[in-house]
Design a protein around this ligand. Structure first.
Ligand SMILES: N[C@@H](CCC(=O)N[C@@H](CS)C(=O)NCC(=O)O)C(=O)O
Length: 332
C-alpha cells in the first residue's frame, strides 16, 4: 500500500494519471486483490518455504495484464503477489523541440508509467512480474501465465494446473492461446481503432472467428476441461470487454445460432466471469468505457494504439516506426 501511495503522489502532476490512480485505491478489484494479497502473504509468512511476494506491475484497465491477474488469482494460495498500479493516461506539453506542429497533439494521450515499472522493464509494459529477491523480471502476458503456473507447481499449489501435464496437450494449448491472441486480441483493436468501416468490420469478423474456434475446440466447461486454463485466461479479458465494441462500433457477439456455438460461447463467458476468484477482477463497465474511448476516438498514443493506427496488428508494435517523430513524417 505504501508503494501505491507514493506512486499516487508522483503522478499527481498529470490529470488523468492522478485520477486513475486515486480511483484505483477505491477500485473494487484492486482493493480486493491487494487485501487478498496481504492475507495470503501473512499466511505464507508462517510457512518455512515462504517466498517474498512477487511485485506485480499492472494496470486496472489492461486486458493483457488481466490475463496474469487471472493466473495469479487461480493460484492465489501458492503465489503471493503485491499489485502495483503502474500505468495511467497523461497529456504532454510541447517541448519546443518538435519538428512538427505541436498543436497536432493537443488531444493525444500517452501512457504515464511508474518509475518502478520502468526500472523493472525498460519497455514500460504491463504485465511485468518482478522477484524482489533476485530482481529478475518476467514480461509478456502469455509467458506470465505459464510462469505463474510453473511457480505454483513448485510451491505445491493445490489448484488445478493452468496448462495440461501431457506435453502434446500443452503444445496444443499454447497454439490455441496464440491463435486467440492473433484473432480476438488483434481483431478487437482493429475494430476499435481503425477509421475505415470495412477494416473495422474485418476486425470484428476476426474476433468472431476466434470465438468460434475457441468454442468448437473446448472440451468441457472450459477450453481444456473442467477448470480454467491457459487458453481461457488469454481469451477472457477480451471476451469480457467486447461490450466496448458494441458500445463504440455497434458490433455485438450473437447470443445464439450457428448450431449452438454462440449459446455455448455465452455459457462459457457467464461461467468464467462468475467464478468467485474471477468476478472481483473484472473492471467496472462504465469506467472501462471511459478509458477505452481514447482508442475509439484515435487519441491513444500507446504502443498498441500506434501500431494499429499504422495498419499493423496489435502485437506488432514497434517504437522505431511509431514514436512522435514517425507521426511527424505522416504516419497516422
Ligand atoms: N504483448 C504484451 C502487450 C502488453 C501491453 O500492450 N500492455 C499495455 C497496457 S494494456 C502497455 O503496457 N502499454 C504501454 C505502452 O503502450 O507504452 C503482452 O502480451 O503482455
Amino acid at each position: 500500500m505504501q508503494r501505491v501511495a507514493a506512486t499516487t503522489l508522483r503522478a499527481a502532476t498529470t490529470l488523468e494519471a492522478a485520477t486513475t490512480l486515486r480511483a484505483a485505491t477505491t477500485l473494487r478489484a484492486a482493493t480486493t486483490l491487494r487485501a487478498a494479497t496481504t492475507l495470503r502473504t501473512s499466511r505464507r509468512g508462517q510457512s518455512s518455504t515462504a517466498a517474498a511476494p512477487l511485485r506485480y506491475f499492472s494496470a486496472w484497465f489492461c486486458p493483457f495484464a488481466h490475463r496474469a491477474t487471472l493466473a495469479l488469482e487461480h493460484h492465489r494460495q501458492a503465489v503471493p503477489y503485491e499489485w502495483e498500479e503502474s500505468l495511467g493516461w497523461e497529456q504532454r506539453a510541447p517541448t519546443g523541440d518538435e519538428d512538427f506542429e505541436a498543436t497536432e497533439r493537443s488531444d493525444w494521450w500517452y501512457h504515464w508509467k511508474s518509475p518502478a515499472l520502468l526500472a523493472a522493464n525498460p519497455k514500460g509494459m504491463v504485465p511485468t512480474l518482478l522477484d524482489p529477491a533476485t530482481n529478475r523480471a518476467v514480461t509478456e502476458s502469455i509467458v506470465c501465465i505459464q510462469f505463474i503456473d510453473e511457480l505454483a507447481a513448485a510451491n505445491g499449489s493445490t489448484a488445478p494446473p493452468l496448462l495440461p501435464t501431457d506435453p502434446f496437450e500443452r503444445a496444443a494449448a499454447r497454439v490455441a492461446a496464440e491463435q486467440v491472441n492473433k484473432s480476438v486480441t488483434s481483431g478487437y483493436y482493429q475494430a476499435l481503432v481503425r477509421t475505415d468501416a470495412a477494416e473495422r468490420a474485418d476486425g470484428f469478423a476476426k474476433v468472431l472467428d476466434g470465438l468460434r474456434a475457441f468454442t468448437r475446440e473446448s472440451r468441457g466447461h472450459f477450453w481444456g476441461g473442467d477448470s480454467l486454463g491457459l487458453v481461457d485466461c488469454v481469451l477472457l479479458p477480451y471476451a469480457y470487454r467486447l461490450y466496448a465494441l458494441e458500445h463504440y462500433r455497434g458490433f455485438a457477439v450473437p447470443a445464439s445460432g450457428e448450431g449452438g456455438v454462440w449459446e455455448r460461447y455465452q455459457a462459457w463467458l457467464s461461467r468464467a466471469t462468475s467464478l468467485p476468484y474471477v468476478a472481483p477482477t473484472l473492471p467496472e463497465r462504465e469506467r472501462y468505457l471511459r478509458h477505452v474511448a481514447k482508442y475509439a476516438e484515435g487519441k491513444a498514443r500507446s504502443k498498441v494504439g500506434n501500431a494499429v493506427r499504422r495498419g499493423a496488428a496489435a502485437h506488432d508494435y514497434d517504437d522505431t516506426l511509431d514514436d512522435d517523430a514517425a507521426h511527424a513524417q505522416g504516419v497516422k
